[in-house]
Design a binder for this molecule. Sequence first.
Ligand code: CA
Length: 225
Amino acid sequence: MHLLVVEDDRKLGRLLRRLLEEDRHVVELAVDGRTGLELALDAPGIDAMILDIGLPDISGLDVAREVRAAGSDLAILVLTARDTVGDRVTGLDSGADDYLVKPFAYEELAARLRALSRRSAVGLSRPGPRLVNGSIVLDEGTRRVTVDERAVNLSPREFALLECLLRHPGRVMTRDQLLDQAWPYGVSVTLNAVDAYVHYLREKLGAAGQRIETVRGVGYRMATA
Ligand code: CA
C-alpha cells in the first residue's frame, strides 16, 4: 500500500516508516498537521493515512475532518495517546475509519491496516487478503509473493508495482498511475523508471512475468486469462 504517516514524534515516525517499508509499503512521512493535510489532498496514489491526533499545529482530528470535507475517501487510522471513550468517539466522528491507542505493538498496526485495505478494496472482488493471478500469489497479510509456491524476493518498489497491477486485473494501469503508487511523492523519477522496475519484476517472476502485459505507449496490464 501507499501510506501517509503523520506523526510529530520524529523517532516514532522514523520507526514506523522503517517497519512499514520492511513490509514493502511505500511510505510518506509528515511531521505536522498542515503538511499531512497537504499530502493527503495532493499526493496521488495514497491508499491510507496513519494520523496522530496530538500534532503541533492543527490537531489530527482537524486533518481528518478537512480530508473528509474535501470529499476524499482515503482510509484513515488515527493514533491517540489517550485511551478515553471521548477521544475514540471524536476520532471516528471526525471521519477516521479506525483508531489505535498509543503505545501499540507494530503487529497491531499492521493488522488494522490489513482490515482497512480490505475495506477500501470493497468492489474489487477480493475475497481475502491474497491477490491471485495465475501462478502468482501476493499475500497482503504476510507481504510475501510466491510463484508456484516458490517464494519470490521483491524490493518494495517491485512489490508495490505488482500489488497495484494485481488489484486491477485486466485494467490498463498507466505509467503515471504506477509511478504514483510505487514511488513516494516528490521523489524525482522519470516514467522510464517504471519500465525499468517492471522489467526487474518480470525477470524475478520468471515465466509468470509474462502475465504483466505491455500496453504500448500507455502502461501495463495484468492478464486475466
Ligand atoms: Ca503527537
